[in-house]
Design a protein around this ligand. Structure first.
Ligand code: ADP
Ligand code: MG
Length: 351
C-alpha cells in the first residue's frame, strides 16, 4: 500500500500533444480515488505514466515518498487494469491470472495455487480452463482484476474498467469493485468518463480538463460546489442550469427573479457585475403558484427519469430544468414556478 505524490507532471507526446500539463496530485494511502474528465483530457496518459508505461517529459512521481519517475514498470509495484482488459487470448483463465507470478519466476504449483485462490475470490470458480473469448465482459473484467490482485501491488490503476459492460452488469460490477477495494484497502486510482460512477465509488474525485486538474474534492463537494463553469457543466446526471445574471443592490437578477447573493460570494461580487448563476435541477422546487425568488415560465418538456421527472420550462427565453417528484409532474403547456433552494445557488464569473 502506498500514497501517490505527483508534482508538476508533464507529458508531451512525440508530435507535440501536451497530454499532461504540470499536474499536481496527492492520493492518500488506501484511498479509492476517481479521475474524471472528458475524452482526451489525459486520464489514460496519467495512469500509464504512473505505471511507467509512458515516460514523463517533466515532473516527479513518488510512491510512499520514493521517487519512481525513472523506474521501469516492473520495479514500481503498480497493478494496472486496462479498459479492454488486455488478457492473453491464447491462455486459459488460470494462466492469465497467474501471469504476473510467472514474470516473477514463481514455481508452477505455487503460481497455480495463488491464481486459483484469486479466481475463487473474484467468483471465477469453474471457469479456470476457459479462454478469454469464452467469457462474458463481466467475467473478463474479473480475470483482469484477479491478475492485478495476484501481483499484490502497492497501487491499483484501473482505466475505465467498467466501460465495456452493459448498464445492469455495470452497476453490479461497480458495487463489487467498491467492496473489493474496501476489503483490500489498496490505494486505487480509478479512471472513468462517467460522473455518476465517480460520485458513487470514490472517496475523492479529481475532475480533469486538457491535462490539468480543475477541481479535487469529495463527491459531495464536487457535486454541491463545482469550483468553475467547466466542472459545473460536467458533473451531475441532469444538466446544471447555468443562467446569465446581474448583481443588483438587493440580490442577483436572474431570468426575471431576484435571488439572494450566496454567503460565500458576498463581498466578492460588485453591483452591476454580470455573472453566471448555477442551480442544479435537483435543487429547484416546482409549484404552480407564484413565489418570490422563483422562476416563472411555461413547461415545454417532461421527461420521465424513473422515480422522478425532468421538467424543462421556458423562462424568459432560457430553458430551466427542474427535477419533480413522482405524481407532481406538470403537463407541457402548464404555467409554473421553479423556486431555487437559496443555499444551493452558485455564482460564476464567465471564462
Ligand atoms: P483520455 O484517457 O482522458 O481520453 P488520453 O490520455 O488517452 O486521454 O489522451 C490525452 C491526449 O493525448 C489526447 O489528445 C490524445 O489524442 C493524446 N495521445 C494519447 N496517446 C497518444 C500517443 N501515444 N501519441 C500521441 N498522442 C497521444
Ligand atoms: Mg482513456
Amino acid at each position: 500500500m502506498a500514497a501517490i505524490t505527483i508534482r508538476e507532471l508533464t507529458k508531451v507526446y512525440p508530435g507535440g500533444v501536451r497530454a499532461l500539463d504540470a499536474l499536481d496530485l496527492d492520493v492518500a494511502d488506501g484511498e479509492f480515488f476517481a479521475l474524471l474528465g472528458p475524452s482526451g483530457c489525459g486520464k489514460t496518459t496519467l495512469l500509464r505514466t504512473v505505471a511507467g508505461l509512458e515516460t514523463a517529459t517533466a515532473g516527479t512521481i513518488r510512491l510512499d515518498g520514493a521517487d519512481v519517475t525513472r523506474l521501469p514498470p516492473g520495479r514500481r509495484d503498480v497493478g494496472m487494469v486496462f479498459q479492454d482488459y488486455a488478457l492473453f487470448p491464447h491462455m486459459t483463465v488460470l494462466d492469465n491470472i497467474a501471469y504476473p507470478l510467472r514474470v516473477k519466476k514463481r514455481g508452477r504449483a505455487a503460481r497455480h495455487e495463488r491464481a486459483a485462490e484469486a479466481g475463487r475470490y473474484l467468483g471465477l470458480e469453474g471457469l479456470e480452463g476457459r479462454r478469454p473469448g469464452e467469457l462474458s465482459g463481466g467475467q473478463q473484467q474479473r480475470v483482469a482484476l484477479a491478475r492485478a490482485l495476484v501481483a499484490e501491488p502497492r497501487v491499483y490503476l484501473l482505466d475505465e474498467p467498467l466501460s465495456n459492460l452493459d448498464a445492469r452488469l455495470r452497476l453490479e460490477a461497480r458495487t463489487f469493485l467498491k467492496r473489493l477495494q474496501r476489503e483490500l484497502a489498496v490505494t486505487t486510482v480509478f479512471v472513468t468518463h462517467d460522473q455518476a460512477e465517480a460520485l458513487a465509488l470514490a472517496d475523492r474525485i479529481a475532475v480533469m480538463e486538457a491535462g490539468r486538474i480543475r477541481q479535487l474534492g469529495t463527491p459531495v463537494e464536487v457535486f454541491r460546489r463545482p469550483a468553475n463553469l467547466f466542472v459545473a457543466s460536467f458533473i451531475g446526471s441532469t444538466p446544471m442550469n447555468l443562467l446569465p445574471g446581474r448583481v443588483r443592490a438587493d440580490g442577483v437578477a436572474v431570468a426575471g427573479a431576484v435571488l439572494p447573493v450566496p454567503d460565500e460570494a458576498r463581498g466578492r461580487v460588485g453591483e452591476g457585475e454580470a455573472l453566471v448563476c448555477g442551480v442544479r435541477p435537483e435543487y429547484l422546487h416546482y409549484g404552480s403558484d407564484p413565489k418570490d425568488g422563483a422562476f416563472g415560465g411555461r413547461v415545454s418538456v417532461v421527461e420521465h427519469l424513473g422515480g422522478s421527472s425532468l421538467v424543462t420550462m421556458d423562462v424568459e427565453g432560457e430553458p430551466v430544468h427542474v427535477v419533480v417528484g413522482e405524481g407532481r409532474e406538470p403537463e407541457p403547456g402548464d404555467e409554473g414556478w421553479a423556486l431555487p433552494r437559496p443555499d444551493r445557488v452558485l455564482l460564476y464569473r464567465d471564462g
